[in-house]
Design a protein around this ligand. Structure first.
Ligand code: GNR
Ligand code: NI
Length: 177
């Protein structure tokens, strides 16, 4: 397993549309493991392959309190959706920014497991929010795209400023000798 670096807005690579997975091999299994490791390390409730610069239709979720219910969705498709809900979303690719987004309340999803077998499941509440958020990543879309261009530009500036400060306050450790 390996911890992978997460791309951050406005990195243009986050705009890549992911390709359908056709080969269910050891490399795919390793990708899923890396997504889990990175999601848990960064304390996210979901992660899409796009965020670690792998442009294939793979995402993982774990919305459980105890962080012990990992779920992987390969080639996910929303085949039914109902109702609407508003949730204050965040994103590991847009750190420290939160905004309300409207999404479907209940969704039925068809996807594949890492071994290529198919399954269907119904998700609601936070699970449904998270899956829709991750599927947006696979389409090159971010939750800040639902904000006005003015607000999105404020987000861009705030992140640039936060990075500038982080660079000044956390100098790279120097070699010991
Ligand atoms: O960790 C995450 N929390 C979250 C909160 C509300 C709505 C969506 C999310 S997903 C996010 C992790 C992430 O960026 N996944 O792409
Ligand atoms: Ni995200």
């Amino acid at each position: 397993m390996a911890l992978r670096e997460i791309l951050e807005f406005p990195d243009p690579r986050l705009r890549t549309v992911a390709s359908v997975v056709e080969t269910f091999d050891e490399e795919l299994a390793k990708l899923v493991e890396d997504l889990y490791e990175t999601m848990y390390e960064e304390q996210g409730i979901g992660l899409a392959a796009t965020q670690i610069n792998v442009h294939q239709r793979v995402l993982v979720l774990d919305t459980s309190e105890q962080r012990n219910q990992p779920r992987a969705f390969i080639n996910p498709e929303i085949i039914q959706q109902d109702g609407s809900q508003t949730y204050e979303e965040g994103c590991l690719s847009v750190p420290g920014i939160y905004a309300k987004v409207d999404r479907a309340e209940t969704i039925r999803v068809r996807a594949q497991r890492a071994d290529g077998s198919s399954f269907e499941t119904e998700l609601d509440g936070l699970d449904a929010v998270c899956l829709q958020h991750e599927m947006d990543h696979l389409a090159g879309k971010l939750f800040v795209d639902y904000l006005s261009p003015l607000k999105r530009n404020m987000v861009r500036k705030r992140l640039a400023k936060a990075r500038r400060h982080a660079r000044q306050e956390d100098p790279q450790p120097t070699a010991a000798e």
